[in-house]
Design a binder for this molecule. Structure first.
Ligand code: DER
Length: 228
């Protein structure tokens, strides 16, 4: 209940930062859900006029439920703001994302946004990134990509569905390899090394957006805002 309260406080705070006329990226996951809920209230009650670009089927379905008008990167290649979650954030605002298997479109939206609001509960804040790094992999090449990731020090695990037999298939039709590297002392270099592997389409390390990220850490009462 305490974690839900902190997620809600973070999401609601992010939603209050959105201004009329903005085009915003809509992330995936349970924390950004609260931001969408509050945006829906502001649209219904205050006549807020915004456009959302969703990063997943989940984000699109929820946005429609909350009456958030939707568009795409084709219409809006540059976004004012993106609101998203994270699995971990370090003091330099480097992130690990991808628990929800939406990291590829999330990184495209993050890249297109002028400002990125990352909404988290306190358990996501760490000194050193050490969560498994999700890697979206082309199914055709998952075996050689897995070998290349192992050579980088990971033990890649193909993400299996829970209510689906066989591997998780992303909204883009690809697999996810969850790669446990242990403590990641140089996340920038690791992100670059993974990007160099043909068939590794994207990874959950977000280290290039520190200047435009604001992390909103929900707490039991209120929230803490962290930016560089
Ligand atoms: O999959 C993702 O990247 C999500 O943003 C995830 O990292 C956070 O999801 P949560 O808000 O449900 O913890």
């Amino acid at each position: 209940a305490q974690q839900a309260a902190s997620k809600r406080n973070a999401g609601y705070h992010a939603a209050e930062m959105i201004k009329d006329g903005m085009v915003i990226g809509l992330g995936t996951g349970s924390t950004v859900f609260f931001a969408m809920e509050r945006l829906g209230e502001r649209i219904a009650e205050d006549g807020l006029s915004i456009t959302g670009v969703p990063t997943s089927y989940q984000a699109a379905i929820r946005a429609r439920r909350y009456g958030i008008p939707l568009s795409s990167l084709d219409e809006h290649p540059k976004l004012d703001t993106a609101i998203d979650g994270a699995d971990q954030a370090d003091p330099d605002l480097r992130l690990i994302k991808g628990r929800g298997a939406a990291l590829l479109r999330e990184k495209c939206v993050c890249d297109a946004a002028r400002e990125v609001l990352i909404v988290v509960d306190p358990t996501k804040m760490v000194e050193t990134l050490n969560a498994p790094v999700p890697v979206e992999v082309l199914p055709f090449a998952s075996a050689p990509v897995s070998r290349r990731l192992a050579a980088l020090g990971a033990s890649p695990v193909l993400r299996e569905g829970v209510k689906k037999d066989g591997p998780v298939v992303t909204d883009n039709g690809n697999f996810i390899l969850d790669c446990d590297f242990g403590a990641i002392m140089d996340p920038e270099s690791l992100e670059t090394a993974i990007a160099a592997i043909p068939g590794a389409l994207e990874c959950g390390l977000f280290t290039a957006y520190r200047e435009k990220i604001t992390v909103i850490v929900g707490e039991e009462k209120g929230c803490r805002v962290v930016s560089l």
